[in-house]
Design a protein around this ligand. Sequence first.
Ligand SMILES: C[S@@+](CC[C@H](N)C(=O)[O-])C[C@H]1O[C@@H](n2cnc3c(N)ncnc32)[C@H](O)[C@@H]1O
Length: 251
Amino acid sequence: MSNKKLDFSEMSRAELLDLAKTYSWVHVIDLGDGYKTPGQWGRGNPQISKAFDAIDFRGKRVLDIGCWDGQWAFEAEERGASEVVATDLISQRDFTSDRTFELAAALRGSKARYIPDLSVYNIESLKEKFDVVLYMGIYYHLKDPVRAFTAMRRVMNTGAKILVEGAVIVQAGCFAKFYYQNQFCGENSNWWVPTPDCLRQWVECSFLETTWEGEIWGLGDNQRSCLVAQAVKRRDPLYLRAPEELEEFNK
Ligand SMILES: C[S@@+](CC[C@H](N)C(=O)[O-])C[C@H]1O[C@@H](n2cnc3c(N)ncnc32)[C@H](O)[C@@H]1O
């Protein structure tokens, strides 16, 4: 029987754990009974833990965009979030026949709501507002990363926090490299890779203000950074005219 047809609610815990052992995982997730998924990306850099520590999740509505197996959505739950919505656009990732998020959620007793087919560009179609947005490992996979920050600002309450994590080019100056005919880190799914200064400006031109920035990690071309920013509503003197979709925050 195809995995897609399995009803997890009718399977025993032992059957679910056996199924988990047949899946391909990118995240390390504790599924209980001493079993952690063998995620190929490891537990995540300590800078990511520091970024999480810079956010108070208690009682907050959290949106995890591009959640893949769900490690960061579950982390938000563990840190006391009152509600978690985890979205993905699984047409853009590998191992799509393995229902990793749903299986992990079932085994962990997670209450997170999972939406596997929602692009960040269309995030407003949720018609919901959030106190925390997790936006990890996504912007460099987009052709239009600035548009995505605008879309996310529109689903954030003023004062909400966003955690942005991803690839950077470590050079002074504000610029980004575009990869189409050449690959970044050996992958065709990468489009724009900014310097840290450029990333900060992409974030901040959508009424988001950086409140915490971590140290850069990684080697060679494969360097990454993370920052936390807060959604603000205030006159931005750097705009002659704010774009229509941001005008409501330019007060
Ligand atoms: C590098 S993985 C990051 C997974 C996870 N957020 C993390 O940090 O470990 C990229 C994720 O972005 C998702 N993705 C790609 N394009 C997207 C888009 N336009 N909107 C939302 N998610 C997207 C992929 O499906 C995948 O889950």
